[in-house]
Design a protein around this ligand. Structure first.
Ligand SMILES: [Mn+2]
Length: 305
């Protein structure tokens, strides 16, 4: 397992083309305003903010395929993000991607996977989310690409998405684990079952507890060399985080989600991280972005005592 990196690159990805509801493109600003950089510096990291990847707004383009909305711009910008992430890892730094809707993970995981390939490391992905994001253009009810990011990383879906940086899949199903899940579309369920994707639903957490669930995940990934965590803020209950892209009732509590992040930090195996779906328009005085910032700190080693 690779130890936590001392140097962090913050990469902003102000993307809202992957989702219907507007506002997540302001997520990177909200997270910066919440003090992400200062929080990490307090923990002793050297932080460099690489700024945002420029993305064309919805007003400046048309939907060509309603089953893959804004595909071209998402592919173009995902490539840019993937290259930035790969570069950051090549320089021995820790890429922290702040979004933006969860289609961001298509690019970030592509970059991490390309790096792992080049140095012969096995990649593992922990997907913390209310949704499995396992749709393809054939199963999607909405055509929104943020609901396809996990599937794309596993090599399922449109080739222009799955083959970013020229290869697929980016990660194997047995090297993934999903947690916080409570909403899966009907056809999406079939894909999840066929792939035997390790999914830890909210009812699993109700039964076993959040700590046991994340420990189980970390144990199941003990064979991988690099763990990428893709965190969708809608995994948290809307009563705690209202400012998210797609709120779903019955999510992780404030303490459960911190405990999950603290346990990931204890294992010392996380080598890259996404924070997605912060929507300041639906938020109340930036509470959700502040929570996102705290959770990053917990995952990077902040302790109560
Ligand atoms: Mn998601």
């Amino acid at each position: 397992m690779e130890p936590l990196k001392k140097y962090i690159d913050i990469i902003g990805f102000p993307m809202d083309l992957g989702a219907d509801r507007r506002g997540v493109d302001m997520g990177p600003s909200a997270i910066r305003i919440a003090g992400m950089m200062e929080e990490l510096e307090t923990l002793g990291y050297h932080v460099q903010d690489l700024g945002d990847i420029p993305i064309l707004s919805k007003e400046r383009q048309k939907i060509i395929n309603p089953k893959l909305k804004y595909l071209d711009e998402i592919v173009r910008t995902s490539c840019l993000l993937a290259e930035k992430v790969e570069q950051s890892l090549q320089q021995g730094r820790f890429p922290l991607c702040i979004g933006g809707d969860h289609s961001m993970a298509i690019g970030s995981i592509a970059g991490v996977s390309a790096f792992c390939r080049s140095v012969n490391r096995t990649l593992g992905v922990i997907w913390i989310d209310a949704h499995t994001d396992m749709n393809t253009e054939e199963t999607t009810p909405s055509g929104n690409i943020h609901g396809m990011a996990m599937a794309v990383s596993l090599g399922l879906g449109d080739k222009s998405l799955t083959h970013i940086l020229g290869f697929a899949p980016k990660v194997q199903p047995s090297c993934c684990a999903l947690i916080g899940i409570r909403k899966i579309d009907l056809l999406e369920k079939e894909i999840v079952k066929t792939l035997q994707l390790p999914v830890h639903t909210m009812s699993d957490i109700d039964r076993k507890g959040a700590h046991a669930a994340i420990q189980n995940i970390l144990q199941s990934l003990s064979h991988v060399d690099h763990i990428h965590v893709s965190f969708d803020l809608d995994s948290v209950d809307p009563s705690v985080a209202a400012g998210v892209g797609t709120p779903v009732a019955g999510g992780l509590t404030y303490r459960e989600v911190h405990l999950i992040m603290e346990t990931i930090a204890e294992c010392g195996c996380m080598a890259s991280l996404d924070i997605a779906e912060v929507n300041p328009i639906l938020d109340n005085r930036n509470i959700s972005a502040r929570l996102a910032t705290e959770l990053v700190a917990s995952s990077m080693g902040r302790r109560i005592l």
